[in-house]
Design a protein around this ligand. Structure first.
Ligand code: ZN
Length: 316
């Protein structure tokens, strides 16, 4: 079987803070209310990506990985390493933090930790995210939280279209209302909620907080690990490396005209943010329009993109 580009069907998630933008902008089928997340590439048990084109139409990403591990990487991966989501924050998301691999392994039944990053697609004027905190140590954090002094404790920064944020495990964060973004993260769903604005869940019950676990893992001496994006030109494309860390590399591609892809011995995940084009490979072609989420297998052979597109591309 020759590898071919795989297109995925998004898995839509209702959230109390969700809105209607994901379907409005990307035209995904399905309900239009309170949709907070579209998992566009996933092999997580909570929402596995289903392939919708070619020979493997109807199969999940995981099934394919079992059959053809060489489509993914030179050495067999024991699980699909990434999760890519679109998030529509019609309201503020809970303030949260995620563990690293080591903590998750010990305390969450061998799950992965979660380092994530965000590329802002759209935001309303004045929209902000919570990005870190102001406490100098654990006891100050606990004190301010107990006194409900969240405005003093949480650090806010503006978020505008095309901004990029890297959120390593241990960093307190929250997406603020009015922001639509693409998230690339480790394949994990472990979240320790610190503060949820005292609101009710969709079922009328307050969502659980995990303050004690959060306190265990919050970084009180954050390293300066802000990525320095750099842009490089290739024929037909300007590419910016937004981040390259031990879990993933995320790039922004602006393709104009014809761009021949250089493929590596790992898969490439491509999410089309805007524009239109076509991906042409030895055995066929795939239409690229906004919201299309695809994987180009390792060792696929020659392929090229023709058109005018903005895409976020991630790989390990
Ligand atoms: Zn998070």
């Amino acid at each position: 079987m020759r590898p071919y580009p795989l297109i995925f069907e998004p898995s839509l998630k209702k959230r109390i803070w969700g809105g209607s933008k994901i379907n409005e902008i990307f035209g995904y089928p399905g309900a239009n209310q309170n949709i907070g997340e579209a998992w566009v590439v996933s092999d997580h048990p909570e929402g596995k990506s289903i392939i919708i084109n070619g020979e493997f139409s109807g199969e999940s990403l995981g099934v394919l990985m079992e059959k053809y591990p060489e489509w993914f990487a030179a050495a067999k991966l024991n699980k699909f390493p990434l999760l890519v989501k679109v998030l529509d924050a019609n309201d503020n998301l809970s303030v949260q933090v995620h563990p690293d691999d080591e903590y998750a392994m010990r305390n969450e039944k061998g799950e992965s930790g979660k380092t994530e990053c965000w590329y802002v697609i759209e935001s309303k004027p004045g929209a902000e995210i919570i990005f870190g905190h102001t406490a100098e140590n654990k006891s100050e954090f606990i004190q301010l939280a107990k006194e409900n002094k969240w405005d003093r404790l949480l650090a806010r920064v503006p978020a505008r279209a095309e901004d990029f944020f890297f959120i390593p495990s241990g960093k307190v964060h929250a997406i603020g209302k009015g922001i639509l973004l693409l998230e690339v993260q480790q394949n994990s769903d472990i979240t320790y909620r610190i503060y949820d604005y005292d609101r009710m869940g969709l079922d009328g019950v307050k969502r659980a907080l995990h303050f004690d676990k959060a306190i265990d893992i919050i970084d009180f001496q954050p390293a300066n690990n802000k990525p320095e994006p750099h842009t490089f030109e290739e024929k037909g494309a300007a590419k910016t490396t937004l981040v390259s860390c031990s879990y993933f590399t995320v790039e922004k591609w602006l393709v104009k005209g014809r761009h021949d892809l250089k493929l590596f011995d790992v898969f490439l995940l491509i999410f089309i943010v805007s524009g239109e084009g076509v991906l042409i490979y030895d055995d066929g072609s795939v239409l690229l329009t906004k919201g299309v989420s695809m994987m180009i297998p390792a060792k696929m052979g020659g392929c090229r993109v023709v058109g005018n597109i903005e895409a976020i591309v991630s790989h390990i």
